[in-house]
Design a protein around this ligand. Structure first.
Ligand code: GDP
Length: 297
């Protein structure tokens, strides 16, 4: 809603101002898209295609351009036009499903794990959490709180202990309790990429060894309100480990929701979940078509 309010107002102003499609219209449209954090490269590419499409369809009236803009935004997200709009989290068809969460402090990692645990539990799944962020003060207690709220089991060690050992215990416990899903938290120390890489690969090795085919998702949590900063975190983490999906949090707190499209376009990593608030129910599966077409609704 926040992105829509700002975006739609700007586009409507633009349509009213120009009426007929010309170069100045496209130039201002470019600015509107960049200000919504769609990403400079993606926008330039999109404007070029938009101009061609408008010419091809012989559109003269700016009010008719909106639909083409939506089409191009969806294309920008997927790289090509597709009916597939939602990408659900992968699951283990026979056995324990493991989700590994990565991301820097403050982006909403713990909150998202709590929300997802609640959601899975509500769907009738048996869930265990592993408090693998042994670095940030308070992270273990915070995850424990979320676990209590969601009514799921939390495996924890003391602060400063080895994350891989916590996750190993998490797997053992989840297996013994016949859990469906284990969600693992990790620390996100970006200051030292080599450390980050080593820590994540150690954790991944343990998971891969204990449950073949796992982790079923490596989810990178990014804060939508941080714009291009989120983009650079995405680059660093995807260099450190194989990220399978993005969770974009705090989308409720920004009018620059275009970042959701830019991430997919630049890094080819799908946005699987979005955080829309601080409540336990404020987590949704991302639907790109609904998002883009909702901008003009
Ligand atoms: P972590 O350090 O990554 O584990 O971050 P936390 O889970 O502790 O979250 C940091 C802050 O962001 C907390 O105050 C959360 O309530 C808040 N937060 C997390 N997700 C969302 C969201 O989707 N929307 C809003 N508005 N706040 C969020």
């Amino acid at each position: 809603a926040k992105t829509r309010n700002s975006f739609t107002t700007k586009i409507n102003d633009l349509v009213a101002k120009y009426r007929t499609v010309d170069e100045d219209f496209f130039e201002e449209l470019e600015e509107v898209l960049i200000s919504a954090d769609v990403g400079v490269n993606a926008v330039m590419e999109m404007i070029e295609e938009l101009e061609m499409e408008v010419k091809r369809r012989n559109i003269k009236d700016t009010s008719q351009v909106k639909e083409v803009i939506s089409e191009k935004l969806v294309e920008l997200y997927y790289g090509e036009e597709t009916e597939e709009s939602i990408e659900e989290l992968s699951q283990n068809p026979d056995g324990l499903t493991i989700y590994l969460f990565v991301g820097v402090n403050g982006v909403g990692k713990t909150t998202t794990i709590g929300k997802l645990a609640h959601q899975l539990k509500s769907d009738g799944k048996k869930v265990t959490l592993a408090a693998g962020d042994t670095f940030r003060a308070g992270a273990i207690d915070q995850l424990d709180e979320w676990g209590k709220r969601a009514g799921v089991n939390v495996i924890k060690h003391s602060e400063g202990s080895d994350p891989a050992a916590v996750i190993y215990d998490g797997i053992k416990s989840a297996k013994s309790k016949d859990a469906d899903v284990l969600i693992c938290d990790t620390a996100g120390r970006l200051q030292n990429k080599v450390n980050l890489m080593n820590e994540l690969s150690k954790v991944k090795r343990v998971i891969e060894r204990e449950v073949p085919g796992a982790p079923h998702e490596v989810l990178l949590v990014l804060d939508a309100t941080t714009g291009q900063n989120a983009m650079s975190q995405a680059k660093t983490f995807s260099e450190a480990t194989d990220v399978s999906g993005i969770v974009l949090t705090k989308l409720d707190g920004t009018a620059k929701g275009g970042i959701v499209l830019a991430i997919r376009n630049e890094l080819q990593i799908p946005v699987k979940l979005v955080g829309l608030g601080e409540k336990v129910t404020d987590l949704e599966t991302f639907d790109a078509n609904a998002f883009v077409y909702g901008l003009f609704a």
